[in-house]
Design a protein. Structure first.
Ligand code: PBG
Length: 331
């Protein structure tokens, strides 16, 4: 360490011009840092704007390939799919999750046909398929039953893999699901299908617009604190990550994003594995509302928040702003 101090050392020299700032930048955003979450709905040739998530829509399967093409052209390597299952197909047992012709499976096939070079990540959890909006099966006491749920999640992951999913991402927070899914994938010959575990997923107030988008908002009875993590805890996130890695997760995720940058940092430092952040719906909506109110510049807010994830050590970020960010990065 140099003992130099002011006035021989002036930190502002490093900020004195555009080229100098560019040359000394420690982190940089690239479109390949981004995963774009997309919502899918039934119907034909339709776009349904999501009121609670300004700028984001649900797309019918026939319109989805164009979105995947847009992502690939922008240099976004992977998209994440979330279905809005019609109400009459939501049941206590979430059986629609296992239908090989459900919305998600049709969406995967359409994208794989049209844009084979893009990665497709699918969510493994039952909330878009249950009548009660929980991520798992609810027992007689009203609790989400872990082991029964893991059996269904394992089948769900296989159904998605057989439709062509490249990465399955369990977001349900059941214990033991990563190991069960990995074993089933290996057993059925899907050894190239990767698992991105939502390893540290918090019971957060930032998921509101997402639940609106997948149609589970009005249905949810109670809350998810019996399976998602307590926002008070950091050490517990490290245990969750350790377990998911031991069970065979290829990469892990921390969710939500900005309020949990400390967790991303600790996970990356401790485990040195691919670590993703999910900048969730409520976070993106905050940026949109702030910009709409004239309190912040939208483009700058988008890029600054995404750069924060990189500084915290994230390998990449799932964000609804992915195409806007990629356009800004590409100039
Ligand atoms: C549910 C799931 C949620 C999100 C992704 N998968 C919401 C929840 O746990 O209730 C949230 C994503 C977002 O808010 O953008 N399995």
């Amino acid at each position: 360490m140099s003992s130099s101090t002011y006035p021989s050392l002036r930190m502002r020299r490093g900020r004195s011009s555009g080229w100098m700032r560019e040359m000394l930048a420690e982190h940089r955003l690239h479109p390949s840092d981004l995963i774009w979450p997309l919502f899918v709905c039934e119907g034909e040739s339709c776009e349904e704007p999501i009121v609670s998530l300004p700028g984001v829509s649900r797309w019918t399967v026939d319109r989805l390939a164009a979105k995947a093409r847009e992502a690939a052209t922008l240099g976004i390597p992977c998209i994440a799919l979330f279905p809005n299952t019609p109400g009459d197909r939501r049941t206590e047992d979430a059986s629609e999750a296992l239908n090989p012709d459900n919305l998600i499976c049709r969406a995967i096939r359409a994208i794989k046909d049209a844009v084979p070079e893009i990665g497709v990540l699918t969510d493994v959890a039952l909330d878009p398929y249950t009548s009660h909006g929980h991520d798992g099966l609810v027992d007689a006491r009203g609790c989400v039953a872990n082991d029964e749920t893991v059996k269904v999640l394992t089948e769900q992951a296989l159904v998605q893999a057989s439709a062509g999913a490249d990465i399955v991402a369990p977001s349900d927070m059941m214990d033991g699901r990563v190991g069960a899914i990995r074993e089933a994938l290996e057993g059925e010959g899907y050894c190239d299908v990767a698992i991105m575990a939502y390893a540290a997923k918090y019971a957060s107030a930032f998921y509101g617009p997402f639940r609106d988008a997948v149609g589970s908002l009005g249905r949810l009875k109670g809350d998810k604190r019996g399976y998602q993590m307590n926002p008070a805890n950091g050490e517990e996130a490290l245990r969750e990550v350790e377990l998911d890695l031991a069970e065979g997760a290829d990469m892990v995720m921390v969710k939500p994003g900005l309020p949990y940058l400390d967790v991303i940092w600790r996970v990356r430092e401790r485990f040195e594995v691919p670590t993703f952040a999910f900048q969730v719906s409520g976070e993106c909506a905050m940026i949109e509302h702030s910009a709409a109110a004239g309190w912040g510049e939208r483009d700058a807010l988008i890029l600054e928040t995404l750069l924060a994830f990189k500084r915290a050590g994230a390998t990449g970020v799932l964000t609804y702003h992915a195409p806007d960010a990629a356009r800004l990065i590409n100039g």
